[in-house]
Design a binder for this molecule. Structure first.
Ligand code: URA
Length: 422
C-alpha cells in the first residue's frame, strides 16, 4: 500500500477500501505517511466526501490508533456531552457538576479554544491552581470521588486524531462533515462513556451555518456512536447569538458560578437544564430533578469539590483584565441582532483566544454583553464592555463589532430564536 494511491482514489471520487483506510491512519500515526500527503487526502475528502461505510471505518481506525478507557469500575452510569463549539458556550461548566449531583458520572474530556470559539479548558484555567492535565488514574479518582471531571484528553487517546486535527487546522480542511464527525466520535468512543449527548450548534458562530448541514453532522455522529454501543442523542441548538452575557475565560467562569448559585442568564440555564435532562435520561437515571439541584446548592457542592480535586481554589478571586472599553448603543429601540461570530472574533482579538496553538490566552479578556436580542436599549447606554490586558487590541476588536448588531425602532415585532432548535 502507498499514500499516493490512496490519495488518487479519493481525488478521483472513488471509495476508499477498509484496507486503504486502516493502512493510511496507522501509517500516518506512525509518521510513515507525511503531513503533506495527509493534507492532500484531507482536502480530497473535504471536496469529494465519504460514504457512511468509509466514515465508520475511518472512525474505527482512529479509535484503534490509541488506548481505550474503561469506566466499568464506577458505581454510577456515565454520561458525557460534546458541543461542536460556539461563542459564550460555557455550558459544560455548570452542566458536569449538575448531572453528577443528580446521580450520573460525567467524564468530560474537553478542548481548548482555537479561532473565534472558546475552549472549556482555557476558561477553567483562569481559576488559580486548576489543572487540566491529569493522568488516567487521577481522572478516574476525581470522577469516582466527586462524580464529575473536566480535563484534557490524554496523549494516548485517538492519537491519529490529535495529529490530523492539528493538520486540518492549518490546511483549511476542518469544515468537512466526515472529518468532524470521525474526529469528535473517535475521542468520545475511545473515552468509554456509556452515553453521549451532542450539542450541535447552528448559526454564524458555529462550524455548521445551516440547519441542513447541522442535521447531517448530527445524524452521522449519532450513527457512529450507536454502532459502537454508545447511547447517543443530538440536540441542534442556536449559535447565531452568543450564549449568556459573556464571552471570555474568567468572565464565563463567573457567569457559570452564577448559574450554579441558582441565577445566571436564562438562555444558559435553559440549555444547561435541557442537556442535563437528556444526559440523565440516556444514562438511565430517573426521578432526578436538575432544576432542584441548581436551586438547592447540590450542583454547586459538586463544582466546589471538582475544582478543589483538580488543584483549583473555588473561592479564589478570578482575574480581571487591566483595561476596559465600553461600546454604547448607537440608537434607541430594541436590539434585534447580536452576531455570535462578530462577538466571538472580538473576544478572540482581545486576547481570550489564540491565533496559533502555542499562544497563551488572557484569563480576563473578553466581551460582556449588557443587552441581548429582544431587550430594549436607549441611545448612549452601554451595550458591550470589552476587556483586555493589552489596550492596543481594542481597535482591532472594534472592527469585528462593527456591523454585528442591529437596533430597530421601539415596538418593532421581534421574536428571538429558541435556544433548542430541534
Ligand atoms: N472538534 C473536534 O474535536 N474535531 C473537529 O473536527 C471539530 C471540532
Amino acid at each position: 500500500m502507498d499514500a499516493i494511491s490512496v490519495i488518487r482514489t479519493k481525488r478521483d471520487r472513488g471509495e476508499l477500501s477498509d484496507e486503504q483506510i486502516d493502512w493510511v491512519i496507522d501509517a500516518y500515526t506512525r509518521g510513515e505517511v507525511a503531513d503533506e500527503q495527509m493534507s492532500a487526502l484531507a482536502m480530497a475528502i473535504l471536496i469529494n466526501g465519504m460514504n457512511r461505510r468509509e466514515i465508520a471505518r475511518w472512525t474505527a481506525a482512529m479509535i484503534a490508533s490509541g488506548e481505550r478507557m474503561d469506566f466499568a469500575s464506577l458505581s454510577r452510569p456515565t454520561a458525557d456531552k460534546h458541543s461542536t463549539g460556539g461563542v459564550g458556550d460555557k455550558i459544560t461548566l455548570p452542566l458536569a457538576p449538575l448531572v453528577a449531583a443528580c446521580g450520573a458520572a460525567v467524564p468530560q474530556l474537553s478542548g481548548r479554544g482555537l479561532g473565534h470559539t472558546g475552549g472549556t479548558l482555557d476558561k477553567l484555567e483562569s481559576i488559580p491552581g486548576w489543572r487540566a492535565l491529569l493522568s488516567n488514574e487521577e481522572m478516574l479518582s476525581v470522577l469516582d470521588g466527586t462524580g464529575a471531571v473536566i480535563c484534557a484528553a490524554g496523549d494516548g487517546l485517538a492519537p491519529a486524531d490529535k495529529k490530523l486535527y492539528a493538520l486540518r487546522d492549518v490546511t483549511g480542511t476542518v469544515e468537512a462533515i466526515p472529518l468532524i464527525a470521525s474526529s469528535i466520535m473517535s475521542k468520545k468512543i475511545a473515552e468509554g462513556t456509556g452515553s453521549l449527548i451532542l450539542d450541535v450548534k447552528v448559526g454564524t458562530g458555529a462550524f455548521m451555518k445551516t440547519i441542513e448541514d447541522a442535521r447531517e453532522l448530527a445524524s452521522t455522529m449519532v450513527g457512529l456512536g450507536t454502532d459502537h454501543g454508545v447511547r447517543t442523542v443530538a440536540l441542534l441548538t442556536d449559535m447565531s447569538t452568543p450564549l449568556g452575557r459573556t464571552a471570555g475565560n474568567a468572565l464565563e467562569v463567573r457567569e457559570s458560578v452564577e448559574v450554579l448559585a441558582g441565577g445566571g442568564p436564562s438562555d444558559v440555564v435553559e440549555l444547561t437544564l435541557a442537556l442535563a435532562r437528556e444526559m440523565l435520561d440516556a444514562a438511565g437515571v430517573r426521578d432526578a430533578d436538575p432544576a432542584k439541584a441548581l436551586a438547592d446548592g447540590s450542583a454547586m457542592d459538586v463544582w466546589r469539590r471538582m475544582i478543589t480535586a483538580q488543584g483549583g481554589d473555588p473561592d479564589a478571586t478570578l482575574p480581571v483584565a487591566r483595561e476596559q472599553h465600553v461600546v454604547k448603543a448607537s440608537a434607541s429601540g430594541v436590539l434585534t441582532r447580536l452576531d455570535a461570530y462578530g462577538i466571538g472574533v472580538a473576544a478572540w482579538r482581545l486576547g481570550a483566544g489564540r491565533a496559533r496553538k502555542e499562544d497563551p490566552v488572557q484569563a480576563g479578556a473578553g466581551v460582556e454583553m449588557h443587552a441581548k436580542p429582544g431587550d430594549p436599549v436607549t441611545e448612549g447606554q452601554p451595550l458591550l464592555t470589552l476587556h483586555t490586558d493589552t489596550p492596543e487590541r481594542f481597535e482591532y476588536a472594534l472592527q469585528s463589532i462593527e456591523g454585528s448588531y442591529d437596533i430597530a425602532a421601539a415596538g418593532t415585532d421581534f421574536t428571538a430564536s429558541p435556544v433548542v432548535l430541534e
